[in-house]
Design a protein around this ligand. Structure first.
Ligand code: TRP
Ligand code: MN
Length: 456
């Protein structure tokens, strides 16, 4: 038998350096290499077909290059953490519909092409502040997401199980299959704009959407009557991305592209590095610097200009258009002071990454009744701050990254149909971070469209 970690380093021979990460500091991983099922699970993943293809990944990079140039806008949305049991047609279509609605609000409202991306089909692993959790004197491993262990607080549920990577792969394949069917097979046809709103309740944001959808419909009908018929009205590209946290999973799903001889992570099109794992000398930065996917890096309020520049040198030494996305999550109260030095330093170094705002993660608070929540006003305020900072710096505010769902949950406070804390007991579903519900997502899209108009 081969020792764990020694097996099947797919492509390592052709691509030296692909396993350097194994000797570096590797934060936020389960302790499971000696699990009796680890080798078999890793082997199986390595043998499985890729979930996405190198050509798609390259196409996304070209789209992101256009975003970096100020010619398009990136919309990323989905759950904080996907949940195996919630991989159902209803929930997935709800999320896709919501993202399509947000996209059409932006495309029509701000006349800008939108690159659509789900935080989906692989967003299963979570970083934790502590390796262990203690309740009533019992200490167990922390919940690290469905791809590692189970949320339930029992020893059996919490012991990391490498076979869960295979379930994660299968759930991701099923999700992607539905996404491809929906977005290529007529569901995303612009003539269906009204239908995406069906099933969502009455609310000011919905009325506003209804009106916009009516205008889009008229425009599409007009084009049709005038003899303009284009496939592009019927279809849309839809990409998926997730945090590249669990390196055993990402490594096992890395493939060498036969056209270019270069390695691609094939678990998703876009991979980001979290705020907690972006150590310059750490395993995550090293590994993702060696694959060809477009890479995101989350930047929190402690980010210095030097760190941002060093990360550029590590991940994007060639300054390749579309390669690097900085996703800033400073918090509403810190963005206006904290972000400018970072943006200015990057700008002055002559680099043009995609700049994205994540207005969620810097705005966590605890509600009086014990829930992790966010104020909708803070989220909107961080978005406004993001536009202000980029306007002042002369850089392009290229996108938004949100935790959202198509469901009518109550997890974030506020909005035009205000959610308050009393709704949490009934309609708070997230096991991790609070998400925008359908209405709040649409409302945010309208604010974004207004703000973007000011940029054009
Ligand atoms: N293909 C175009 C695009 O993706 C137009 C389009 C088709 C579209 N379906 C859509 C735009 C759904 C937004 C939402 O932008
Ligand atoms: Mn989160």
């Amino acid at each position: 038998m081969t020792a764990p970690g020694e097996i099947l380093h797919t492509g390592a021979a052709e691509y030296p350096g692909l396993d350097t990460w194994r000797s570096l500091t590797l934060a936020q991983q389960p302790d499971w290499r000696s699990h009796e099922d680890f080798d078999a699970a890793y082997q199986q993943l390595s043998d499985n077909p890729p979930l996405v293809f190198a050509g798609e990944v390259d196409r996304l990079k070209r789209r992101l290059a256009a975003v970096a140039q100020g010619e398009a806008f990136l919309l990323q949305g989905g759950d904080c953490a996907e949940v195996f049991d919630e991989i159902t047609a209803d929930r997935i279509s709800g999320k896709i519909k919501t993202i399509l609605q947000m996209a059409v609000v932006l495309t029509y409202g701000a006349s800008v092409p939108v690159v659509k991306m789900g935080r989906m089909a692989g967003q299963y692993a979570k970083p934790r502040s502590s390796d262990e959790e203690t309740r009533d004197g019992v200490t167990l491993p922390s919940f690290r997401g469905d791809i590692v262990n189970q949320y339930e607080f029992t020893e059996e549920a919490r012991i990391p199980d490498p076979k869960r990577m295979l379930t994660g792969y299968n759930k991701s394949a099923a999700t992607l299959n539905l996404i491809r069917a929906f977005t290529e097979g007529g569901f995303a046809d612009l003539r269906a704009v009204q239908q995406w709103n069906k099933g969502f309740m009455d609310n000011p944001a919905h009325a506003q959407y209804q009106q916009l959808a009516g205008e889009v419909e008229r425009a599409v009908k007009f084009m049709h009557a005038a003899g303009v018929s284009s496939d592009s009205l019927k279809r849309t590209e839809f990409y998926v991305g997730h945090e590249g946290l669990l390196l055993d999973y990402e490594r096992a799903l890395t493939r060498i592209d036969s056209r270019t001889g270069a390695p691609y992570v094939t678990s998703g099109h876009f991979i980001w590095i979290g705020e907690r794992t972006r150590e310059l000398d750490g395993a995550h930065v090293d590994y993702l610097s060696r694959v060809r996917n477009p890479i995101g890096i989350k930047l929190g309020p402690s980010t210095t200009p030097e760190t941002a520049l060093q990360l550029i040198d590590k991940i994007d030494p060639e300054r390749e258009p579309g390669r690097l996305t900085f996703i800033t999550r400073f918090g509403a109260s810190k963005i206006r002071d904290g972000l400018p030095p970072v943006v200015e330093a990057v700008r002055d170094a002559g680099h043009q990454p995609v700049w994205v705002t994540d207005p969620m993660h810097g705005n966590n608070i605890n509600s009086a009744n014990g829930y992790k929540t966010r104020r909708f006003d803070d989220i909107m305020d961080e978005v406004r701050g993001f536009f202000e900072v980029h306007k002042a710096a002369g850089t392009y505010p290229g996108g938004v990254h949100v935790e959202m769902t198509g469901d009518d949950v109550a997890e974030c406070i506020g909005g035009s149909d205000p959610i308050d804390e009393s709704a949490f007991d009934d309609r708070y579903e997230s096991l991790v971070d609070p998400r925008l519900n359908h209405k709040q997502s649409l409302e945010l899209a309208f604010l974004l469209a207004e703000s973007l108009k000011g940029v054009k």
